[in-house]
Design a protein around this ligand. Structure first.
Ligand SMILES: [Mg+2]
Length: 291
């Protein structure tokens, strides 16, 4: 942990709007430490921002935002910001390296008997939204983002199609769990798999669960919450599940049907904390932070 991060305070809770995408520059190690229960020094006076960090004494302690954007473009092998990341970029190498670690883990923990599963987030875990980050200049807007989603414009995250194909071949059930709303389910499935519209990322399709549920979990409207979400999220703001509650309760529901989730893949810490997975894998994403 570096000196700046040492001062950083992050609460992995949302007092604000859970759907807002915010940009921060904390080291992954610090967020992990804090998510694991590190010291929280802020007085809990409402309202609080969703992301808490230290207050710089000097601008020198902050990466200039335009410089940071350029560093991120360079990381994606796209220094001119065309919206297409390069296959030999640092991003592609890092994502592939996580995918390969996942493949090794799954091969080593595969059993002949029992219902084993993997679970994967969608945005920036299986589908890369780099083109949208560039198009939006990192300012998430549900309308313009929806155009990319319904146009099925996102390519696969490097290494992940191969990982999912190998896992399916080994007998793992394949489940996708995304915060995208239920209205985007068809377009999400079409982008992930092969439907001839927009980009077909080439993933093996989701596995139908033993109780007949489809294995692509999108976030329902509150009125449509299944009992396990209602129970878990009753005291969340406006009764709407936080990401952590939505995802962890869904994983617990899947495991209650007899599946062992052997690996959980996500690009946000809110995809990964909350249990119900033997191991988590963090995909790289320097573009936004979802509490
Ligand atoms: Mg994601």
């Amino acid at each position: 942990m570096n000196a700046a991060d040492r001062k950083a305070i992050v609460l992995m809770k949302s007092w604000g709007k859970p759907s807002r995408r915010l940009t921060i520059a904390l080291s992954a190690a610090t967020v992990v430490m804090l998510a694991a229960g590190g010291t929280i020094a802020y007085a809990a006076t409402a309202p609080q921002p969703a992301i808490k960090t230290f207050t710089p004494k000097s601008a020198n302690q902050i990466t200039n935002l335009d410089v940071l954007r350029q560093q991120i473009r360079n990381y994606y092998g796209d220094p001119l910001g065309t919206g297409t990341f390069a296959p030999d970029s640092s991003y592609a190498k890092e994502a592939t390296s996580v995918a390969l670690a996942g493949e090794r883990w799954l091969a080593a923990h595969h059993r002949v008997h029992g219902k084993q599963a993997i679970i994967l987030d969608v945005d920036d875990t299986t589908l890369a939204t780099w083109n949208y980050e560039v198009a939006s200049n990192w300012a998430f807007n549900p309308t313009t983002n929806g155009q990319f989603v319904t146009g099925q414009l996102f390519p696969a995250v490097p290494g992940m199609v191969d990982l999912v194909a190998k896992a399916a071949k080994e007998g793992y059930a394949i489940f996708f769990l995304t915060g995208r709303p239920a209205a985007q389910e068809g377009a999400t499935l079409g982008n992930l798999t092969m439907d001839g519209i927009g980009v077909d990322a080439g993933y093996v399709g989701p596995t139908t669960l033993s109780d007949g549920e489809d294995g692509l979990f999108t976030k329902p409207a509150i009125v449509d919450y299944p009992a396990y979400l209602k129970a878990t999220c009753a005291s969340d703001p406006n009764g709407s599940c936080t990401t952590i509650h939505y995802k962890s309760a869904t994983r617990a529901h899947i495991e209650s049907l007899g599946y062992d989730i052997v690996a959980n893949f996500g690009d946000q810490f809110s995809d990964l904390i909350g249990g119900s997975a033997d191991r988590t894998f963090k995909m790289p994403n320097p573009n936004y932070f979802l509490p």
